[in-house]
Design a protein around this ligand. Structure first.
Ligand SMILES: O=C(O)CCC(=O)C(=O)O
Ligand SMILES: [Mn+2]
Length: 380
């Protein structure tokens, strides 16, 4: 545990909250010297190489989804966190562009659900990208009001997470995107989880002043499967804690392209994102890596070239924002959702009404997110 953090904490107190606030602080900015940087990681007492199954995914299958051959991935584990795997940007050069475009242009589209649906009609949220193209191409100072893309905070895929009840349900499901499923299947297989089924996804969109509160992802009914997390755009500080709030968390940088896998004993640990880091001076790594996909394009490729027009907008957005995608298997194979007690069962008509009635509250979800746009309620 960090020297600085250790000296700050008294026994029995909520150590996670204290360290969360430490990294969130703007004035004066915190000391980042204890934050683990996996791009410079050399195996030591704390950082250990993670063992991957290099035969689980062929080079061709990996390339189709924009991944390097598994044997080239730089994967680490952390002492004291069995089942936690950090893969430092395993993407092929140029292929992150495709996934960023999917997160900004494709996944916010219907039938997926987003925070804007909570207080706007489906026709108004039908084309978030198309509605934002003009606004985003203007200088930020002239841009009032904010574009829909700038107001996007979360999108749910597959079994849509209900932020109020913190549950998934059979009746609130739309097909999970096939491309993201394939990427997830390969990531999970390489980490020792063949047969992973992507059933639910949550995309979180962070502006430079956003954070995500302390929480555990326990709503999935099957915890034997890993939780996969992919990050694009601005770097962030990620805190990984223990099974209780008194356990001081470990801080690490998450950069664009990084993948994190929470499995085994680390599947149900407290975690949070206290801070998004400012863009570096000059072009970001994502901008300079270009779109050199042509040479690695395979037959049956999932990853496509992104048009210059689309990339211009994506790159403008991502210069000051971060997108995180988590993919979860909700049910064990063959398992189904428990039946709701009849008193709680609603008709479809009830559901439709309830959905809109509770819209305002549900906009940002129960997990604490904070940013200047919305006073989000976070449960920490
Ligand atoms: O943004 C992140 O890195 C974490 C997201 C997360 O924890 C979640 O969606 O459950
Ligand atoms: Mn989480």
């Amino acid at each position: 545990m960090a020297k600085m953090a250790a000296s700050m904490i008294e026994s029995g107190e909520d150590a996670f909250r204290k360290i969360f606030k430490f990294y969130k602080r703007r004035n004066p900015p915190p000391d980042f010297s204890d934050v683990i940087d996996f791009t410079k990681a050399i195996p030591c007492e704390k950082i250990v190489p993670a063992k991957l199954d290099t035969t689980a995914v062929s080079d061709v299958e990996a390339a189709r989804v924009g991944l390097q051959p598994v044997r080239d991935w730089k994967a680490f584990g952390l002492q004291g966190y069995p089942g936690f795997i950090f893969i430092s940007n395993p993407f092929l050069r140029g292929s992150q562009r495709f996934w960023v475009r999917q997160c900004l242009k494709t996944y916010p589209q219907k039938p997926n659900i987003c925070n804007l649906d909570m207080h706007m009609s489906p026709s108004d949220t039908q084309d978030i990208w198309g509605n934002s193209v003009h606004g985003l191409s203007m200088s930020p100072r002239k841009r009032e009001p904010k574009t829909l893309l700038e107001r996007l905070r979360w999108v749910t895929l597959g079994y849509h997470y209900n932020w109020d009840t913190k549950t998934y349900s059979a009746s609130n499901y739309t097909p999970f995107p096939a491309d993201l499923h394939l990427l997830s299947v390969h990531l999970a297989a390489a980490c020792g989880f063949p047969g992973f089924i992507s059933e639910a996804g949550i995309l979180n969109y962070y502006r430079s002043d956003s954070s995500l509160g302390i929480h555990v992802d326990e709503s999935e009914l099957d915890h034997t499967q890993p939780l996969l997390s992919l990050s694009f755009g601005q770097s962030a500080i990620f805190l990984l804690g223990g099974t209780c709030r008194q356990d001081p968390p470990t801080a690490m940088y998450m950069n664009s392209g990084d993948v994190m896998v929470m499995s085994g004993q680390s599947r149900l640990l407290y975690h949070a994102v206290p801070r998004i880091l400012p863009p570096p001076q000059g072009p970001t790594a994502l901008e300079t890596e270009g779109c050199g996909l042509a040479s690695s394009m395979q037959d049956g490729a999932v990853v496509e070239l992104v048009s210059e027009e689309d990339w211009t907008l994506c790159s403008r957005y991502i210069q000051s924002s971060r997108v995180n995608v988590t993919v979860r298997q909700v049910l064990r194979q063959g398992q189904s959702f428990p039946e709701a007690p009849s008193s709680l069962q609603r008709t479809d008509a009830d559901q439709a009404t309830g959905y809109h009635e509770e819209a305002a509250d549900r906009d940002s979800g129960k997990r604490k997110r904070s940013n200047s746009d919305s006073a989000d309620t976070v449960q920490t």
